[in-house]
Design a protein around this ligand. Structure first.
Ligand SMILES: [Zn+2]
Length: 179
């Protein structure tokens, strides 16, 4: 079962769309052409854009440029998107991810979520049932780790807990994080 495309009434804040452009300076022209082909001719960080157009752009980028680039866009998200105040650790960043997601989208429609659960001293589970690509969410999680690296931790492992992946049509990816 794949999720229906969220209603075209949902919009994405331009600052988080800006990550698409910022992540790939060397591909800016290409990204801008993809965005323009979905009706986002010029990107204003303070404006809002239809989520369906943003998701279609991601689809094209994933197909035309590949998963590494999609991950790189995710890596650029925490620099750009609006985050709630008071985040000072990797765990608080992961906990606030769902709220941040909601701050960067508006309108009515099911946009899915980011559900964080601590599973151990140095491990957690993150369930992502939003319509963005798997690699994109992995990039976001990696960037948050890089920004709020826990003391004594040098690497973050991200693995799928089950065979399900949005890449192959599942509604959610369940990640097991170890750091
Ligand atoms: Zn996945």
């Amino acid at each position: 079962m794949t999720r229906d495309t969220p209603s075209s009434q949902v919009e994405v804040y331009g600052r988080s769309v800006q990550a698409l452009v910022d992540a790939m300076e060397f591909l800016t022209g290409k990204v801008q052409r993809v965005l323009a082909s979905h009706g986002i001719a010029s990107l204003d960080p303070e404006k809002w854009y239809p989520m369906s157009a943003v998701l279609d752009s991601f689809d094209d980028i994933l197909k035309q440029v590949g998963p590494h680039t999609t991950r790189a866009i995710g890596l650029a998200i925490p620099k750009n998107a609006v985050f709630p105040p008071g985040i000072d650790s990797f765990e608080s960043a992961l906990l606030s991810l769902d709220q941040a997601y909601r701050m960067n989208h508006r309108g009515s429609g099911d946009i899915g979520s980011y559900r964080y659960q601590r599973t151990g001293e140095l491990s957690a589970q993150m369930v992502c049932d939003n319509p963005y690509p798997c690699e994109f969410d992995q990039g976001i999680i990696l960037a948050l780790y890089g920004r709020f690296q826990p003391k004594g931790s040098y690497v973050l492992q991200i693995e799928h807990e089950t065979a399900d992946c949005r890449k192959t049509g599942a509604v959610a990816c369940v990640y097991r994080l170890k750091w």
